[in-house]
Design a protein around this ligand. Sequence first.
Ligand SMILES: *[C@@H]1O[C@H](CO)[C@@H](O)[C@H](O)[C@H]1NC(C)=O
Ligand SMILES: *[C@@H]1O[C@H](CO)[C@@H](O)[C@H](O)[C@H]1NC(C)=O
Length: 294
Amino acid sequence: MTVKVLFVSSVLSTFYFFNQIHPIRGENCDLYGTLLYEDMGCKASYDNSVYYSQTLGRCPSKFDCLGLKKSSENCFLRGKAYKLNEMVDSRVTAGLCDLGCYCQQNDDTTNFKCATVDCPEWGVKEPYPGCYRKYSLDDCCSIREMCAPYENSTTCVYDGKVYKEGENFLPKNSCWRCVCQEGFRGKLEKPFCRRRSCGVQIKNQEKLQERCAPLYYKRKYRENDPLCCPTSWICSEGNEKLTGRPRTDKMCLFGQRLVRVGQKFEKTIESPRSMNVTCECKVPPLLTCVTYVI
Ligand SMILES: *[C@@H]1O[C@H](CO)[C@@H](O)[C@H](O)[C@H]1NC(C)=O
Ligand SMILES: *[C@@H]1O[C@H](CO)[C@@H](O)[C@H](O)[C@H]1NC(C)=O
């Protein structure tokens, strides 16, 4: 282990020294869209080759995931296969605002059908003046409205902001979600914080089975914006023109096509609105598509 760490850090410092134009990034793996894979229960693999230490630092270089193949018999959720009509335990989907999910067939793929939760606070603009909504990490809806005076109430400080007990916050440059609770010391860790959950297998099972690529919105000039939950999906039309030199022997799958790490394509899509997207194989097995918004 010590040898490995020394090797990586000497490679990193060498590159940092000679390569000022592309400084080595930190170890914030959320910049590379790994949340999606974690949320799917995929298994991470690491690679200490120069290429990966230069581009991803010590983040996973690829994942192994269940559920990226067409199936008309099973749905997949967090590494588990569900048979048609099989129900998902509500504890698994509670934080996702989906309940009573079961697997159903959808042409040559499958998807989950769920009852959608409708929180009382949705559609209601602001809490009552002087009040705020209290959340728990395990529930989709707020659990109660807290009003002044906030007796015995604890507060949390994160990134220069103060939160009241039960307040929800999304720490910037990360894919964590936190709820202020007694004992929080500014660290992104359980039981105060949790990795966000995108629920892509619940909502987009068929896109995954067809090996479409997650599309993330990124703000211009904000290279530190993390890639957390995708906004939509780009599916293969079979005619995407690949550019870029393959960098390693690892590959992504896009529809029926193999795309090597380092290869990419650009295209203009019209839905949900007109935008230019760039899709690249960065961390297999899925391509990562990004579009810039203002
Ligand atoms: C505040 O703490 C006191 C003492 O621990 C307790 O008796 C009281 O019920 C608490 N008040 C509220 C609103 O929780
Ligand atoms: C997409 O890129 C093309 C060519 O660079 C440009 O002309 C067009 O305005 C862009 N479209 C959008 C929606 O940004």
